[in-house]
Design a protein around this ligand. Sequence first.
Ligand SMILES: *[C@@H]1O[C@H](CO)[C@@H](O)[C@H](O)[C@H]1NC(C)=O
Ligand SMILES: *[C@@H]1O[C@H](CO)[C@@H](O)[C@H](O)[C@H]1NC(C)=O
Ligand SMILES: *[C@@H]1O[C@H](CO)[C@@H](O)[C@H](O)[C@H]1NC(C)=O
Length: 204
Amino acid sequence: MEPIDTLSYGHNSGRGQTIFLPLLKSHYLLLWSFCTIFLPSAHAALRNVVIMEKVEIFDTPTLRTTANITQHSPASVPAVFVEMVALQDISQLKINSVFTVRSRTGELQAALYNSTLGLCEFLEHPFRNRLLQIIQLELIRHSNIPTKCPMRAGLYYIRNVSFARARIPSFLPASYFRVDVNLLKTKPWQTVLETRWYGKLIKK
Ligand SMILES: *[C@@H]1O[C@H](CO)[C@@H](O)[C@H](O)[C@H]1NC(C)=O
Ligand SMILES: *[C@@H]1O[C@H](CO)[C@@H](O)[C@H](O)[C@H]1NC(C)=O
Ligand SMILES: *[C@@H]1O[C@H](CO)[C@@H](O)[C@H](O)[C@H]1NC(C)=O
């Protein structure tokens, strides 16, 4: 099934703008939590398959980062490659993750999920953040990012992760999305790394 234009989920405000119903948004979050907690392998509804499309990186000298999305053959699913060079230990950071549904043309709709927590807290308790947990489960065999603090200065990589088998809650509609994963310094707030991952969910 092809992704449908997500504009159709919104409510037309009359000024040519599409807004999300707050009810819809909280429904999503509630259902998402419910499904990931209580129904880890829910019955055989159509599965959501992730197809990655594009990545944008805004890095800083603290964590020099490059990334690409490569499709090895027409039959394979595009895969993610990332390399990060940490000049210093980076444990004292916060990690912010956002899931936004977007329209086919790329306009962003409401963020359905936006959460910030300490990097160490996340590494040690990934289940506290549903979105990052889905990502982390896919990285385990394809990355040398530590599963505990401290995260020392050094070279980190993610290689050839397609997310094709990621467990995306099946109640989410076929849609285009953007996932932001950002690293932030506090006092003062400063972005160390900003990454934006564009893709789509298709039903299979
Ligand atoms: C980009 O993808 C290719 C594989 O197609 C890989 O060899 C290369 O290292 C990647 N670059 C980065 C920065 O990950
Ligand atoms: C996520 O929430 C923070 C504040 O809680 C806000 O500053 C940020 O702009 C939000 N991100 C997005 C993409 O909406
Ligand atoms: C990436 O994984 C695919 C199979 O999932 C494999 O065919 C391909 O050779 C791998 N590429 C790299 C650069 O590791």
